[in-house]
Design a binder for this molecule. Structure first.
Ligand code: IVH
Length: 495
């Protein structure tokens, strides 16, 4: 009997410790993924997760579904099931100028009783894909893509892997937990994650995503949640439907933030259309520096009662519309093509351009992806080319201005030897990539070492590409193992 008690005590202590860890981990995930303001190191976070997994392994029957360890669960399925939305997922009409915005404001005011005061909420238009999240009694039970607006795809297992989405609402103690909440928002891929993903794909000879929106859509529609989990997706909440909705949209946004969702810090309540137009100009400056893509601003009538009176036409509400910024493009000359070898031996072409200003920065290089891209666009050296920012961040050659050709342009020569080591290169089967065939190509070593010390791998502080280059040039390292036998005297010899 005494022995039984001992076990019971130990079990109770373990379960209490596990619950405490879950609370701490959730709180720190909120600080990191939602507020972007971590208070602990990655190592401390990892230690808590390891301990929690250890405790949960002892009592597998007592693991709650909303434990931070349970984000990636379930196995790959063969297809997505259909879900009927509680209320249709509306889309938005578009406007492209201040005049059209004023016309929108006129339509809104003429739809309401004469002299009504109309307040608007201005928000960034996030470039991702719409998603509806259903919370029952505070727990995330279902997530669905828009689909045709009435019926979407059930992507719950994938959405659970997005760490800025709470599995349980953060309802302050003493406050009622809403029975049913339908949170709408945008799943998106931050620019950095997008660039990293494309780099990895290029090195593996896989096709790159054209922009972060396509990457987000492709990542959310993965049949294996494990893949989605590896893709660093995030979520901005921008609309609350049904029971939880507040009388003012801005109050719903504030409530969503309190429940633990990421809500754009750039939304603003404005008093009239002039202020709305000013916001659009100001936000155009601001959005260049954001860590995610926006393709416009959304204007919404703040008063939900007024929203109801206005209603919708087909798929678009009459109380909201999207202002789309014109895509930024610039024309310049393609002076040369630089072929570089990545750490997996793939040769990637980069356009060397006459420097030109685009979206507030000076651009002198643009990606050309691979040989097929160059052929499809019939790109020649010396061409005048139009560049834009694919996914708003990486410049890409959009097209050649063929009418400006002088006849002096030169065909692009696809290398048949590696620019690093001179060995033969080859294209295999259906692959778009050209690879160096030398298993000992120095680029493999250099690029491989740069990757090895980078944040994605061993995360060695203070050791970036220039240090690796210096170490290689000085003959101090040849491979990753050599990094661990470096002595202080060796390093002091370097610049
Ligand atoms: S509101 C009825 N707000 O843009 C409300 N949509 O082009 C409908 N989007 O379908 C949506 N940012 O996927 C809203 N702040 C924002 C948004 C936003 C991005 C997306 C959403 C929508 C599409 C329309």
């Amino acid at each position: 009997m005494a022995e039984m008690d001992l076990f019971a005590d130990e079990r109770a202590a373990d379960l209490a410790e596990a619950e405490k860890l879950r609370r701490e981990i959730r709180h720190n995930e909120y600080l990191y993924y939602v507020l972007d303001a971590p208070e602990i190191t990655d190592a401390e976070y990892d230690r808590m997760m390891v301990r929690l997994r250890e405790l949960e392994a002892r009592y597998p029957d007592s693991i709650p579904a909303d434990s931070p360890t349970q984000r990636v669960g379930g196995r790959a399925s063969s297809q997505f099931t259909e879900v009927r939305h509680l209320e249709p997922l509306l889309s938005l009409g578009n406007v492209f100028s201040a005049e059209e915005l004023r016309a929108f404001d006129e339509r809104v005011r003429s739809g309401l009783s004469a002299g009504s005061k109309v307040e608007y909420v201005m928000e960034p238009k996030i470039d991702g894909l719409a998603c509806s999240l259903i919370y029952e009694n505070g727990k995330l039970v279902r997530a669905a893509t828009r689909g045709d607006g009435v019926v979407g795809e059930n992507v719950t297992a994938n959405v659970r892997t997005i760490r800025s989405i709470p599995l349980t609402l953060k309802v302050p103690e003493g406050e009622a937990v809403p029975e049913l909440l339908d949170v709408r928002g945008e799943v998106y891929m931050p620019r950095q994650a997008f660039m990293r993903l494309n780099e990895q794909r290029a090195e593996r000879g896989e096709s790159e995503f054209a922009n972060p929106r396509n990457a987000a859509a492709g990542s959310l529609r993965q049949l294996d949640p494990q893949v989605t989990a590896s893709r660093s997706l995030s979520f901005f909440a921008y609309y609350l439907v049904g029971e939880g909705a507040q009388p003012k949209h801005s109050e719903s946004l504030a409530l969503l933030a309190r429940y633990g969702f990421k809500v754009s810090e750039n939304y603003k309540v404005v008093e009239n259309i002039d202020e709305a137009i000013k916001y659009i100009g100001d936000f155009n400056e601001l959005r260049q520096g954001l860590s995610y893509d926006t393709d416009g601003a959304v204007i919404k009538v703040n008063d939900v009662y007024q929203q109801r009176i206005l209603g919708a036409t087909g798929k678009d509400p009459r109380w909201a519309t999207a202002y789309k910024y014109p895509p930024e493009q610039a024309e310049t000359t393609l002076e040369d093509i630089d072929w570089r070898v990545g750490r997996t031996g793939v040769l990637t072409p980069t356009a060397v351009l006459t420097p030109v200003k685009l979206s507030g920065s000076v651009i002198s290089r643009a990606t050309l992806h691979n040989e097929d891209f160059i052929r499809a666009k019939d790109i020649r050296i010396g061409d005048r080319v139009v560049i834009n920012k694919a996914g708003e961040i990486i410049p890409e050659v959009l097209r050649v201005v063929a009418e400006k050709r002088t006849g002096d342009e030169k065909e692009v020569e696809i290398p048949n030897v590696c620019p690093e080591c001179g060995w033969r290169v080859e294209r295999q089967g259906e692959e778009a990539a050209i690879r160096c065939t030398n298993p000992h190509c120095p680029a493999l070593g250099r690029e491989g070492l740069i990757h090895f010390v980078s944040r994605d791998a061993m995360n060695i502080d203070g050791c970036g590409p220039s240090v690796i280059n210096a170490l290689l040039d000085a003959g101090l390292v040849r491979d990753a193992a050599d990094l661990y036998s470096l002595r202080k005297e060796d390093l002091l010899k370097l610049e």
